[in-house]
Design a protein around this ligand. Structure first.
Ligand SMILES: [Zn+2]
Length: 233
């Protein structure tokens, strides 16, 4: 396998020659590097022609990569950006003699930690804070959504879930909402609550289900797209 780079139409392209039958292009995250894999004996002219004929596709793919959320693992340290209800705030971590608490003040999230400020403690405090934020808005969101949908859960809980924004246990009439929703714009929580309540009419994601969604939350597709773009869950 031989790799070299060349420039085609102002784009830097990494060309990889190897034992394959067809040429193919990839646009790689995080920086949108274009990489072309080609059969061993392909000439530079053929590579150039191939890339040139895919310029529109490359441009689109580069945009997609640029819009990918940056997957950073937070350390919960001063200077980091953290989200609340779709807005980004700088985090300030401070030692606090008497107690630990998280608060939003002066357009920043203030994380005050009593005693040893380990990563685990900071993370736990932040999660508790997100949970409190969600608990604060939930009665209002639930009142609004149950009125629109005409169904109400017997019970709801906030869960720190990995793969789902929400779940509905239909027989128990119980909905679980992902803690991470507190980081998203408020309409995302409304959307997920509405979605889970609609499951009390219809178990499956079928036409009937989506007809209810269209009725109760007309721009649900847009909001869903936004949620799907997010890294977590
Ligand atoms: Zn569902």
């Amino acid at each position: 396998m031989k790799t070299r780079s060349m420039e085609v139409a102002g784009i830097s392209v990494i060309v990889e020659r190897k034992k394959i039958k067809n040429m193919y292009i990839r646009v790689l995250p995080p920086d949108g590097q274009v990489k072309v894999s080609v059969p061993d004996r392909t000439t530079n002219a053929a590579v150039t022609a191939f890339v040139t004929s895919h310029l529109a596709w490359i441009k689109k793919a580069k945009e997609k990569v640029a819009n990918l959320p940056v997957q950073e693992i937070p350390q919960y340290q001063s200077g980091e950006k953290h989200m609340l209800w779709g807005r980004s705030y700088p985090l300030e971590v401070r030692d606090h003699a008497s107690h630990s608490q998280v608060s939003l003040s002066d357009d920043r999230i203030l994380l005050q930690v009593r005693g040893a400020s380990t990563y685990e403690i900071r993370q736990k405090l932040m999660k508790q804070w997100y949970r409190t934020e969600m608990k604060t808005v939930m009665p209002e969101v639930l009142a609004r959504c149950t009125q629109t949908v005409g169904q109400s859960p017997k019970e709801w809980r906030i869960k720190d879930m990995r793969t789902k924004w929400g779940t509905c246990n239909i027989s128990q009439k119980r909905i679980w909402l992902n803690l991470q929703l507190a980081k998203m714009p408020p309409e995302c929580l409304d959307y997920v609550v509405t979605h889970e309540l609609v499951h009390l009419y219809e178990k499956n994601h079928n036409q009937r289900f989506y007809a209810y969604m269209d009725q109760f939350f007309p721009n649900w597709r847009e909001v869903r797209k936004r949620l799907n773009r997010e890294a977590t869950p």
